[in-house]
Ligand binder design. Structure first.
Ligand code: TNX
Length: 478
């Protein structure tokens, strides 16, 4: 099982989990779908789901009892029942499910995976398959990075050029030339609000909340290409970026740009019911603000210390607006240096010390340190390893050993996608390290040897799900 359960007591015998097994109780339908059992199963075996009033199970804990005749899953919530079903699914092996008694509760409330669909658009089938994989590993947040310099993927009805113009870039080979895989053809794609609503529902049925991210005020070249009046050089419009790295362009601080951002958030909140909404806020270059008379006026009227503080102005503006919509803003930890509102959730990416700094400042924190959770980094320096973004080596062991400590809301893995243009490349970077992150996020203890053994037994399930993972300790396979 991955992630490891809190307690497991083995019993005698096995429960045969075949198609004819009857499933009853709340959420039986999703359970049947996950377990592949028939809707009209007529026994003899039975799986009984039941809600119980047991506060010690919390929001997501469950118990699972397997005897040769019957499986019982009990939880205080629908979420707990779903995780119990995922455990049952993982326990199934040749001859059935081994009899046992499991009691399990997660360590952290936020167990996330960020998928960057801005650098490369992915079909909905890809995202659904990843929702299935997240749920299998008991992740409960899919953080969707919907916009960046290289593409805007979220349909905004009030500002249609965001996707008409911003969802397409002139060529795709930038930064991948060394890989020799790209032919320089254009790249583009976006998601309609309808498609995204369907994804939200699909994920919710599996216990996964989709937390959307739209990036302000940096990483916004695609929006500037769509609406040049958002930027600093409307007479010389920028293009949707075709190279990676940090752009010098940022949104301006006009009332019109602020209104635009509010419009986007209104539509975003309409599509995504998540309590949390990510507003970006990372890697903002202040050069354009420093040279802008409009920015100077804003700095003066707001009594700010200088143009750099305009990042905080943006953060407060967006967080206030989201609060009015009953939501909470999440931002990358760059925001921490610019007086963010107390209720802003900080996603600490720049190092473990940023987790501590954000906690000290009294924020809710999601730990996402690049050294341990950036799965776009290479996992080996073996010669046959595919080209990855420049960064420290991040082995399976490094991912596994990360401990986010006490006091954080949770932790998450990042799959920035610059160098992961295809599903094969994405899978290869994601797995099996996502298994390690799943365990770091759910389980309280850590035992690398035991994890490695369980992982070996787990890989056939990933094969079955069509995942093109990197074989652990198999150097340079593709
Ligand atoms: C930094 S982390 C970024 C992303 C890149 C990533 C590549 C963060 C908030 N910004 O724009 O994709 O590095 O590793």
């Amino acid at each position: 099982m991955i992630p490891q359960v809190a307690s497991f007591i083995p019993g005698e015998g096995r429960f045969p989990l075949d198609r004819g097994v009857r499933v009853s109780g709340p959420h039986a339908e999703t359970a049947r779908e996950l377990l592949g059992t028939a809707a009209d199963g007529d026994g003899p075996g039975e799986i009984v789901l039941g809600l119980v009033d047991d506060p010690s199970l919390g929001e997501e804990g469950y118990t699972l009892t397997v005897t040769p005749e019957e499986v019982r899953i009990a939880a205080a919530t629908a979420a707990g029942l779903r995780w119990g079903v995922q455990t049952l699914r993982q326990l199934d092996g040749p001859g059935g499910v081994p009899c046992c008694a499991v009691r399990d509760v997660p360590r952290y409330a936020w167990r996330g995976v960020m998928i960057d669909v801005a650098r490369w658009w992915r079909p909905m089938s890809f995202l659904r398959a990843y929702v299935d994989l997240l749920a299998l590993h008991k992740f409960n947040v899919l953080h969707l990075h919907l916009t960046d310099d290289q593409g805007w993927r979220f349909e905004v009805r009030g500002h249609p050029r965001l996707t008409e113009v911003g969802a397409h870039r002139a060529e795709s080979s930038a930064g991948l030339a060394r890989d020799g895989r790209f032919d320089g053809t254009p790249h583009g794609g976006c998601y309609t609000q309808r498609e995204l609503r369907d994804l939200v529902d699909y994920a919710a049925a599996r216990g996964v909340t989709v937390v959307p991210e739209v990036e302000f005020p940096g990483h916004s070249t695609a929006a500037l290409a769509a609406y040049p009046w958002l930027g600093h050089s409307p007479a010389e419009p920028v293009e949707v970026r075709t190279s990676w790295g940090i752009s010098s362009h940022v949104l301006n601080v006009s009332d019109r740009a602020a209104g635009f951002a509010r419009d986007v958030l209104d539509e975003l909140c309409d599509v995504f019911p998540s309590r949390y909404v990510h507003i970006g806020g990372d890697e903002v270059r202040g050069g354009e603000w420093a040279a802008s008379p409009e920015a100077a006026r804003r700095v003066a009227s707001e009594g700010l210390t200088g143009p750099a503080a305009l990042l905080g102005w943006w953060g407060r503006l967006l967080a206030d607006h989201l609060r009015g919509l009953g939501r909470r803003a999440v931002a990358w930890d760059d925001m921490l240096d610019h007086d963010p509102p107390d209720d802003m959730v900080i996603m600490a990416w720049r190092g473990v010390d940023r987790i501590e700094a954000a906690l000290r400042a009294g924020h809710d924190v999601v730990a996402a340190p690049h050294t341990h959770t950036y799965l776009d980094y290479a996992q080996s320096d073996a010669p046959g390893e595919p080209l990855c973004i420049t960064g420290p080596l991040l082995s399976l062991e490094t991912a596994y050993e990360f401990d986010a400590g006490e006091g954080v809301l949770g932790m998450q893995a990042q799959l920035w996608s610059e160098y992961l243009p295809t599903k094969e490349r994405f899978d290869y970077n994601a797995f099996p390290r996502l298994c390690a992150v799943a365990e770091a996020a759910w389980s309280s203890g850590r035992d690398l040897g035991d994890f490695t053994r369980r992982l070996t037994a787990h890989l056939p399930l990933l094969d079955e799900m069509g995942v093109r993972y990197r074989r652990p300790h198999d150097e340079g396979v593709r």
